[in-house]
Write a protein that binds this ligand. Structure first.
Ligand code: MG
Length: 373
């Protein structure tokens, strides 16, 4: 392992696992966490879950799996430069979307609406539920028994009401403390990844155009740089040269600004990080440019009528599934019926949230098309 700063999370200052385990001779606890996440069932399902584009719309769009790998890549580069715990950042990045429903944001909103009288549905909490409870891999415990700091990083945000019920990982929301720098970093690596790949996927889909994007500061600036370096290129090659420059700028800015914030605050330990304001962050200029890009993506991609149509179908599918199970519990697979006796509607939410896009589509047909079984 590379050298760690005194304020980084380390095996020595970790709060450890809920159930104590023998340490591994060859791997740090955070390498083990990462490995457990990669071997989990929920991780494999990320391949068939999406954020903006539904899985069957094309093979080249990001899935939650490739998104998570991009987040891990970006997070690790920055972690190494700031002497933070790279393994922890990687573990958080790979696990951060495990609790997502099928069909991205539309699926999450629909399930949250369906669950509104039963505590609601929140994908952060569900990601934690996956690693704490739902994975069935080990003889000694439910879930993956991950280290506190990995679990804390997965729980990006949470209401005070929910924090109250969560115990250890909920504490910081009640005490107004910050999570580790590794968790803060994974969160911003997520933002860098999705802004950039949504530009790339958006252009690839044809729903937004290069001409429209040229008006957006950060894209226009990097497009000009790519054109200057390679005057002869166009099309996909030009877009890739632009996007890789944007990612580079964001990563460099995040590293530089965070190093300055850390230097100014001067935390000498992990507990001082928790008392300090957020230290991992972009410069003001880059933050504003990112806001402008986000607004563009919201207005022209996420609210594009073709995306809206697909989202409406996704919402309908999730609602129909939920209502069917809710009105007749016998329609649930037996394992979830059994769980329904303990956790009620949460069992239905667990079943639906665990579905991939294509599984949800198939399940919808099995429930509503008379010729299907
Ligand atoms: Mg994400």
């Amino acid at each position: 392992m590379h050298e760690l700063a005194p304020y980084a999370v380390s095996p020595e200052n970790s709060r450890g696992r809920r159930i104590a385990e023998q340490s591994s001779p060859g791997r740090t606890p955070f390498q083990r966490d990462r490995d457990r996440i990669i071997h989990s069932t929920a991780f494999r399902r990320l391949e068939y879950k999406t954020q903006v584009f539904v899985n069957h719309e094309g093979d080249l769009f990001r899935t939650r799996l490739t998104h998570s790998l991009e987040v891990a890549q970006i997070g690790r580069s920055v972690a190494r430069n700031l002497y933070l715990n790279e393994d922890l950042v990687e573990a958080i990045a790979l696990a951060h979307d495990l609790g997502h429903t099928p069909f991205g944001h539309a699926g999450q909103e629909a399930l949250n609406d369906c669950m509104k009288d039963h505590g609601g549905f929140e994908h952060n909490l569900q990601s934690l539920r996956v690693v704490d409870v739902l994975e069935e891999h080990y003889g000694a415990f439910d879930g993956l028994n991950l280290c506190f700091e990995t679990r804390e990083g997965i729980l990006k945000h949470c209401s005070r009401k929910n924090a109250d019920k969560l115990g250890d990982v909920g504490e910081r929301f009640l005490l107004d403390r910050r999570p580790s720098l590794e968790a803060q970093l994974a969160n911003l690596a997520d933002e860098i990844a999705y802004n950039n790949h949504d530009v790339d996927d958006g252009l690839r889909s044809g729903l937004i155009s290069q001409e429209q994007l040229e008006e957006v500061g950060i894209f226009g600036r990097h497009l000009a740089m790519a054109r200057k370096d390679y005057p002869g290129i166009s099309g996909r090659r030009l877009i890739h040269e632009t996007v890789r420059r944007m990612i580079n700028t964001l990563v460099a800015d995040l590293t530089r600004q965070s190093a300055m914030n850390i230097r100014d605050a001067g935390p000498a330990s992990l507990s001082m990080v928790q008392e300090a304001p957020f230290l991992i962050g972009f410069s003001n200029q880059i933050r504003q440019e990112q806001q402008e890009l986000k607004k563009f993506l919201r207005d022209y991609l996420y609210r594009h009528y073709k995306v809206a149509r697909m989202s409406a179908k996704a919402r309908h599918t999730v609602e129909m599934l939920f209502n069917a199970f809710h009105s007749d519990i016998l329609l649930l697979p037996p394992a979830f019926q059994a769980k329904y006796h303990q956790v009620r509607h949460q069992a239905i939410a667990d079943y639906i949230a665990g579905m991939t896009d294509r599984y949800a589509i198939r399940e919808y047909r099995r429930l509503f098309a008379i010729e299907e079984r």
